[in-house]
Design a protein around this ligand. Sequence first.
Ligand code: 5AD
Length: 349
Amino acid sequence: MEALLNKLSEQQELTEEEIVWFLGHLTPELRQQLYSRASKVRKQHYGVSVYSRGLIEFSSFCRRDCLYCGLRRSNSSAERYRLTEDEIIECAAEGYELGYRSFVLQSGEDIHYSEQVMTTIVRKLKLRFPDAAVTLSVGERSEAFYRALYNAGADRYLLRHETASCVLYDSLHPGMSYDHRMDCLRILREIGYQVGAGFMVGLPGQTQRHLAEDLLFLKEFQPEMIGIGPFIPHSSTPLKHAAGGTVEDTLVMIAMARLMVPDALMPATTAMGTLDPSGREKALQAGANVVMPILSPLQIRSKYALYEQKICMGDEPEHCRSCLEMRIAVTGYRMEFSRGDHCRFNVQL
Ligand code: 5AD
């Protein structure tokens, strides 16, 4: 066991069998050792910095029907909204005032925001806030779309792979294809984006072998950003009765991912904070090094419900900022307001 932990920390190849065995034999003491090694590795690469990204959830319309997600198109009880170009820019302006220099534009897969609409938004953002990074998280689009947005100034793209098991992927994503998602990730990388992948923990039918596949995929793809969060069942989806993921299992995955992709930028997700009031702090202590405070307007926030009981629903951005800054300081880290690029990307402004 100790030998496997050493192998992991030394960045040696671990087989799927070894990972499955490791996950099956974890004890509370070993978990603690795993977290502290992950935390050490993260400090070697990024010190005590915790990077902040202001999250703007600009549309809750979605053409997809993912079984786990509250925004799925079949959820007729979901209230839908779209922010206008000006509203999006206003959110970013408020974030900029608060000091954020990295914005994430996230939405359901909403083709109302065409290539032209999105490039206009990104161009305007980059013109007005030239020292801020823009990250897109708008799902599977065409290569032409990805290229146009990159040329318009988008720096990064988040597209979680959701699960690296092809069979599990297909069972959760009607009408979608695992291969296509992988193609999207490769195209994004080729274009030059800093690319984010990631997965959910505790999906129905997900085994430790599936999780081992996720980790091995990350190791092979070496994403610049990795988002790992617990699956939280939503009552208006077909998976409403599922058990969902736990904080502990997610922490193990975050720590393993940190050891296998040491220089990744990894958020302490809102989903972790939703399951456990100190979930995000625990994630930071297990290898995560990014936080994503929400900048979306208060009146629409509750409508962006991937899952329910999401935290920070009624908090003004300013409150979020001071709350996070305090939470981070308590863990011995320091909240950073720079662009927070991946260490392989030396961006000259
Ligand atoms: N619970 C937790 N995470 C979810 N996501 C979508 N639905 C849920 C849910 N019910 C995650 C997906 C998606 C990201 C934006 O949110 O991984 O990529």
